[in-house]
Design a protein around this ligand. Structure first.
Ligand code: GAR
Length: 188
């Protein structure tokens, strides 16, 4: 990944579909001097995403994308001079053409220790399989779902009393530490 030039931060878009706790956390990180990125755009596939409220709170532009209209989306990202994309609780699968345009410049956080449990319901699958550990992974996005090169991972122990909801909560806390660390690693 390109080196930081001077004090200029890399203009970044965060894509969300839901609550946006990772988004909020990334925005806060981006405001620190040590952050290599600034958050200049929040994108969602649905206007129902609760996390869109952070656009107003932090005065960041927001857009609802129709993900079938790849050309329009790419044009808009270009217009905003977006050079890097963080997926944070983004539940749509990006098209090959879109990914090709941003090759090597899209990263995602996934709530499992990839390559285990790609896709959905990661926590219940880990519990049902009686795994001892769960965790989260930040990885590059490629055309193959949840399969791009791993940037960083955090492992946590699954307690006997854990259910999918309690485990999700614990993993999410770790996600909030992992995502900024992985962003720093990408640009170092
Ligand atoms: C997070 O746990 C994230 O890892 C997961 O959705 C949650 C979003 O929480 N992402 C995926 O499952 C992607 N396939 P948030 O909206 O509070 O950041």
């Amino acid at each position: 990944m390109e080196k930081l030039t001077g004090l200029k931060k890399i203009k970044t878009a965060v894509f969300i579909s839901g609550t946006g706790s990772n988004l909020k956390n990334i925005i806060k990180f981006s405001k620190l001097e040590k952050s290599p990125i600034s958050i200049d755009l929040i994108v969602s596939n649905t206007n129902k995403a609760k996390g869109l409220s952070f656009a107003d709170q932090f005065k960041i532009k927001k857009k609802i994308f129709n993900f079938k209209d790849i050309k329009k989306n790419i044009l808009l990202l270009k217009k905003e001079k977006i050079r890097f994309i963080c997926l944070a609780g983004f539940m749509k699968i990006l098209s090959k053409d879109f990914i090709r345009k941003f090759d090597g410049r899209i990263i995602n956080i996934h709530p499992s220790l990839l390559p285990k449990y790609k896709g959905l319901n990661t926590h219940s699958r880990a519990i049902n399989n009686k795994d001892k550990f769960a965790g989260c992974t930040v990885h590059y996005v490629t055309a193959k779902l949840d399969s791009g090169k791993i940037i960083m991972q955090k492992k946590i122990k699954i307690a006997v009393k854990d259910n999918p909801a309690s485990l999700a909560k614990k993993v999410l806390q770790q996600e909030h530490k992992l995502y900024p660390a992985a962003i720093k690693k990408v640009f170092n």
